[in-house]
Each structure stands twice: as C-alpha cells, then as structure tokens.
Design a protein around this ligand. Sequence first.
Ligand SMILES: C[S@@+](CC[C@H](N)C(=O)[O-])C[C@H]1O[C@@H](n2cnc3c(N)ncnc32)[C@H](O)[C@@H]1O
Length: 229
Amino acid sequence: MCEQIKSKQRVADHGEVFTNEREVKAMCDLVGVEVKKIDSTVLEPACGEGNFLIEILSRKLETVRELYADAKAKYDLNSVIAVSSLYGVDILGDNVTICRQNLFNLWKDAYTQVIGKEPEKKLRETVARILELNIIRGNTLSTKLVDENANDTDEPIVFSEWKFTDRGYVFRIENRYDTMLGEDKPKDGMLLFAMIQETGGKWQRDQQTGHYAPIIHERVHYKDVGSNV
Ligand SMILES: C[S@@+](CC[C@H](N)C(=O)[O-])C[C@H]1O[C@@H](n2cnc3c(N)ncnc32)[C@H](O)[C@@H]1O
C-alpha cells in the first residue's frame, strides 16, 4: 500500500489523499457481486494511482480464473474484457501513468500465475493500448483533457467503449464525456450555427438530438488492438 499523501501542496491543490486498502476493500464489498462481473463497467472519476480500480480488477480477474483457468484461449479473451471494462480519470499526469502501470502489472502477474507463462507480446500490447485509452489525464469536472500543468485543454474527454463480438472481434466506439452527461448541447437558437461550424471536424452533431454522435471504428481482432487501434 502506498503512502496516503505525497505532499501538502498536492493535497491543497488537488485534494490528493489516497484511500487505504482496508477502506477500499470495505467499499467494494458494499457494491457486492457487480464488481466481480467480468464485463461490468466501472468509472473512477478521480482515480489517483488506481487503488479502487486495482481492487476491482483483482476481483474481476478472480472470476476469470474461476471460470477459465483450464481454457487458455478463453482466459486470454476474458482477462482482456475485464481490463477493458475499467475507466479512470485523474487530473495529474504522474498518477495516470502509475495507475496504468499498476493495472497492467496486476493483469500480467495474475496471467502468469494462472497460465504458467507470461502473456504473449500481442496480448501485452492490447492491454497496454486499452489502458492508454481508458485511463485518462483529464478534468472530470470540466469534461476536458488537461495538459502537463493540469490546465484544461480544448479537447474533450472521450471514453472508448469496447464492444466484443463473435470470434474475438471488437469494435471501439468513442463517446464524448460531455455528451454522456448531456452537457454538450449548443445554446438555444445556436443549433444550426453550431452544426455549420463543426462540419468537417472529427465530432459531428446528431441532427435530431443536437448531441455529438459516437464514432464507431472498424472492428479488429482483440489481439490486434495494440497494433491497429
Ligand atoms: C482524494 S484523491 C483519491 C484518489 C483515489 N481515488 C484513491 O481513493 O486512492 C483525489 C484524486 O482526484 C484527483 N483530482 C482532483 N481534482 C480532479 C478533477 N477535477 N478531475 C479529475 N481528477 C481530479 C487528484 O489528483 C487525486 O488523485
């Protein structure tokens, strides 16, 4: 367990006080079976170094072990699904880097213990890429990505939904966080103007609802996520 406080300045600036393991476990117990389900989606909006996400991933991977320890191909896929179901946002870049690393190491160590050898390169690259996209350096309150000084940029926080289909194929669907919260609507009377302004940009508004439409990428095999997504 890491120290709960890194510096007084960080506590004052960002309220950074990490939760200790006993409380993390007790709070996860309150949620019950939901956090053990392999594909149940979890967002930690102020994830720090990942104390909650680590505990939840460990419970999910325990389920993967119980169900698929003797079926390597299914263990491979389901351990990736477990990772892909977790999302985190933190405003401090070093926390984001450590959080991704903590989750990656947990997944790799569990894999090695259950399967008896380290995960192959393509699988490691898939998990690393999913964590790069799912654990985000951003400001949860403003819904924007932040720069290295924790200041808001103009770029929106975007969550990648991982939709697994048959034979191990997966679609990545980009959803803007402001849209998910319903905070992306142009002001009254500005809808047409906003649509004209945004034509040709990455994000297009749905003409009916005024919300930003999700972006659905071509499906790839999950073991190619690291090289293709
Ligand atoms: C009280 S700590 C909790 C960290 C972690 N959830 C835990 O329990 O160990 C709050 C975290 O939120 C981050 N934070 C503060 N303001 C934020 C914001 N507007 N958006 C995203 N993260 C923020 C801080 O950097 C810090 O890591």
